[in-house]
Ligand binder design. Structure first.
Ligand code: F0G
Length: 458
């Protein structure tokens, strides 16, 4: 490479205005939102790093594909184009479109879940866990020990502990309907799973007669990390790595709001005919006819195009490098971040930054609120607010207290990110004075979306 700077492999074609606000305005806005960042109007946010889900910029060719959408209720040619693009990377037999990832989860676990069942995963994403638990089943996280240590530099911290999986399947295999594996491991820090580990998980699952189902939202980012970090993978096309991964599994749940570059969408894919039929029956009940599921024909076309763009090496090099740019700058400024830097997000270690707060004073929430007030930057707590409440009603500290700064795809420029770095530095400098929070009101499940907080007076 002749030059050090890795440029965005696109230029801007259409722009959206940002509304610039002052700290006083933001203090009022967050108070009115019950100190919950999900309660803000996005007009009051300057740099929105709440999620990389559905918030990315579609390409010129995706917008063009939208015009090609066929909205026939049954047998839309747009479905054939969509299914072809999915099967080009994930050659599963049955492709079942849903309106987003959690709808695929709801349908899958509606069929294979139920009281007494156990579903292992490296780390369940919050909606995955909630959908497993909603059926009365247990969601078990079996990520390797390094995956729970924010400072560990293991190159594949999303790996599953295959010995623990083997022990589970030996002891309680009759209760396990399927093994899940999340690539990349979002709740564990956007960390990749190695090809060797996917092979090993597949071997253990199949030896015990269990299907392996991928939660593959960020499959292309995971495959890029494999290409970069795993011995022997450097000369491969990402698309080939993805196909090999798919060949090790028996199905997938997918949120097309991530790597497929959609603003909405998802799918469920399986090889098993009986399972597919049961899932399609539920699909018709809850989402729609099997050739559109929960989507419009135009969305199916945009996703098909997005799937061709996301495996492009120039795109992935820029994508992973720009996330690394933010993370490395924060680390260089002495701000503790989850290492190595993940694919779609940088995770600030709020427990290390706010050691004066107990986990159930929600240091992640406190840090996220402070970043918003200081600079209008919206991140997301991934800690005891998100994971602290258990189905039996008890509350306990989560394994880690993180704030995720998720980077929407192709949306923000380097100067936006330089601004975020400055905001983080300013907040880190005054972190010792940040208050804890208590929850005033919370819903029965997924409380982080709508809980109301108040600062604990010092
Ligand atoms: N699985 C993983 C690993 C996810 O990250 C998500 C969504 C889902 C499933 C559910 O998909 O949102 O389309 O229903 N993650 C988003 C996030 C919301 O912000 O990380 P969905």
């Amino acid at each position: 490479m002749a030059f050090r700077t890795i440029i965005e492999p696109f230029r801007i074609h259409s722009v959206e205005p940002l509304r610039l606000t002052e700290p006083d305005q933001r203090r009022d806005a967050i108070r009115a939102a019950g100190y919950n960042l999900f309660g803000l109007s996005a007009r009051d946010v300057m740099i929105d790093l709440l999620t990389d889900s559905g918030t990315g910029a579609m390409s010129r060719d995706q917008w063009a594909a939208i015009q090609h959408g066929d909205e026939s209720y049954a047998g839309s040619p747009s479905f054939d184009i969509f299914r072809g693009a999915v099967q080009n990377l994930f050659p599963f037999k049955h492709i079942i479109p849903t309106h987003q990832g959690r709808a695929a989860e709801k349908i899958l676990f509606g069929v294979i879940g139920g009281p007494g069942k156990v579903v292992p995963n490296n780390t369940h994403f919050d909606t995955t866990r909630a959908n497993v638990e909603y059926t009365g089943a247990e969601a078990l996280d079996l990520v390797i020990a390094e995956g729970r240590d924010p400072a560990s530099r293991h190159p594949f911290k999303g790996n599953m502990d295959t010995s623990a999986l083997d022990r589970l399947l030996t002891a309680r295999g009759h209760l396990v309907p399927a093994v899940m594996l999340t690539i990349t491991n979002n709740s564990g820090g956007g960390q990749p799973v190695s090809l060797a580990n996917i092979r090993a998980v597949s071997e253990v699952a199949h030896r015990h007669g269990k299907p392996l189902i991928l939660d593959a939202c960020r499959f292309a980012e995971n495959a890029w990390f494999i290409r970069q970090r795993e011995p022997g993978q450097q000369d491969r096309q990402v698309a080939d790595i993805v196909r090999e991964i798919a060949g090790l599994a028996d199905g997938m749940t997918m949120s097309a709001k991530k790597d497929p570059m959609g603003n909405i969408g998802g799918w469920l894919a399986v090889n098993d005919d009986d399972l597919a039929e049961s899932c399609r029956n539920l699909l018709i009940l809850t989402e729609g006819f099997p050739t559109y599921g929960g989507l419009a024909g135009r969305d199916l076309e945009a996703l098909a195009q997005g799937l061709t763009e996301v495996v492009d090496h120039d795109y992935l090099r820029y994508r992973i490098r720009s996330t690394g740019y933010l993370g490395e700058a924060l680390a260089a400024a002495g701000i503790p971040v989850m290492q190595p830097i993940g694919g779609h997000a940088v995770y600030l270690d709020a427990r290390a930054m706010l050691p004066h707060l107990e986990p159930l004073e929600y240091p992640g929430q406190s840090l996220a609120v402070a970043l918003y007030v200081a600079g209008g930057v919206r991140g997301c707590e991934i800690g005891s607010v998100m994971f602290g409440r258990h189905p039996d009603g008890t509350e306990a500290a989560a394994a880690m207290e993180l704030v995720r700064l998720a980077i929407p795809r192709r949306t923000y420029t380097q100067s936006h990110i330089d601004y975020v770095i400055e905001v983080c530095q300013q907040v880190a400098a005054s972190a010792a004075g940040l208050p804890g929070y208590r929850i005033v009101r919370e819903p029965k499940s997924l409380r982080h979306f709508s809980a109301v907080f108040e600062p604990i007076p010092s």
